[in-house]
Ligand binder design. Structure first.
Ligand code: ADP
Ligand code: MG
Length: 410
């Protein structure tokens, strides 16, 4: 790695070194090699394109799926002096941004996939010097991914029109199927795949059958100190739970996409500044929010997928200090999932069924939860993790009898 890269790492970002596979990924990008980096939430994916964006001559175009996410990253990049801008429906300074791009006055340009794939944008890029295409949240390109965004599929012609510009796809969540799909869709060779470890050893996993959820959550809030996030299933449930749990005396706020934007922004900044606040939110909350000291995350119901669960629970303990991920589930969650799947077009049903089955294995297992998560991402787990409910307190043999009974009566 040339010296000026580590100088930039320190002088611009204030980091003393790379973490995990960052160095490898940045090295590939600097060498112009197409890359798919799979790195867990909090591993520092942004740096993998922001640093080359500053080091390389020309602008790095970042494709990102959410305006809120883009603007968070934009603010963070600008705060450290990176010349960054975005072209979204809510930006007023389009003319200026386009001029800056053409004049070589931008390091980073954030755009949504639907914009990036359009003819107008391609024309604009022809009149500028482009150093790198970064495709963030790249699992959105795959129908197998848990967040399919058809517009991601339209990016390929743009990438192919600038064959000399390296492409870097990044995601936290990709099982083997999704991974292969991303490589194929974005034209990245298999040897461009870099996977970093998924284990988050400081997160303790605990799964509980739902049995009076409100009381269970109130007990949890009495026990767990520090900032926390409770993920509820619906917007209505979010507000109702926030109100009930707020009676405990602990500061509690709600967050979901249907709230007035000013209220949402206020709740979010209050949470980021707080040392004991609990945010009751839909899964929309947390993406791109950089709060390293979240001490616990609780799912009030079954997540959508293992990927979703991993990503959401992974918002706890980014500072490396002990944190807990609680999951409350009930048989109704599976019944509801089955109904939802039945409504899908047939082609998507088997993928969804597999996702739900994987969740079933996670919540019903009497063995190590971490092992199930890690194997899901193709990683070999440690023999005993020592930091999940089943490893810490092995389930009593009653459970085995229970399982046997279930099979016998089936
Ligand atoms: P991701 O997109 O992978 O979830 P981010 O890019 O948002 O992760 O980075 C997560 C956090 O890690 C941020 O607070 C970032 O400043 C920090 N970070 C990234 N790289 C490093 C590093 N090399 N050393 C220390 N902190 C880092
Ligand atoms: Mg990110």
């Amino acid at each position: 790695m040339p010296r000026d890269i580590s100088t930039l790492l320190h002088d611009i970002f204030g980091f003393t070194g790379f973490r995990g596979v960052q160095e490898q990924v940045v090295g590939r990008v600097m060498a112009g090699q197409p890359t798919l980096a799979i790195m867990p939430t909090g591993a520092g994916k942004s740096l993998c394109y922001q640093l080359p964006a500053v080091a390389l001559d020309g602008c790095c175009v970042v494709v990102s799926p959410l305006i809120a996410l883009m603007h968070d990253q934009l603010r963070a990049a600008q705060a450290v002096g990176i010349r960054a801008a975005s072209l979204t429906s809510v930006d007023a300074d389009w003319r200026e941004t386009q001029d800056r791009l053409r004049n070589g006055d931008l390091d980073l340009l954030y755009v949504a996939p639907e914009r990036a794939s359009g003819e107008g944008f391609r024309n604009l890029l022809r009149s500028a010097k482009i150093a790198l295409f970064a495709i963030d949240e790249a699992h959105c390109v795959s129908e197998w991914g848990h967040d399919f965004r058809p517009d991601y599929r339209l990016l390929r012609p743009l990438l192919d029109e600038f064959p000399q510009v390296p492409r870097l796809a990044l995601t936290a969540t990709a099982d083997a199927h999704t991974r292969r799909d991303i490589l194929v869709q974005l034209g990245i060779p298999e040897d461009g795949l870099i996977i970093s470890g998924f284990d988050r050893p400081n997160i303790r996993y605990a799964v509980h059958p739902r049995d009076g959820l409100t009381r269970q959550l109130a007990d949890l809030l009495a026990e767990e100190k520090g900032p926390g996030v409770v993920y509820a299933q619906t917007r209505a449930a979010t507000e109702k739970l926030a109100e009930t749990l707020g009676r405990s005396g602990r500061p509690v706020r709600a967050y979901h996409a249907g709230l007035d934007p000013a209220v949402r922004a206020r709740n979010q900044s209050a949470f980021i500044a707080s040392e004991d606040m609990v945010m009751v939110a839909t899964v929309a909350f947390g993406m791109g929010i950089d709060k390293p000291d979240v001490r616990f995350v609780a799912h009030a119901g079954l997540p959508k997928s293992i990927e979703g669960y991993y990503q959401e629970s992974g918002r706890a303990g980014r500072d490396g200090e002990p944190a807990v991920a609680h999951l409350f589930w009930g048989a109704e969650d599976f019944a509801r999932a089955r109904l939802r799947i039945a409504e899908l077009e047939p082609a998507r049903q088997s993928g969804e069924r597999a996702r739900i089955a994987a969740l079933g294995a996670l919540v019903e297992t009497a063995t190590c939860r971490r092992a199930i998560l890690l194997r899901h991402f193709g990683e070999d787990p440690p023999p005993v993790c020592g930091n999940c409910d089943n490893c810490l307190t092995p389930p009593a043999s009653v459970d085995a009898t229970e399982t046997a009974r279930k099979y016998l009566s089936a």
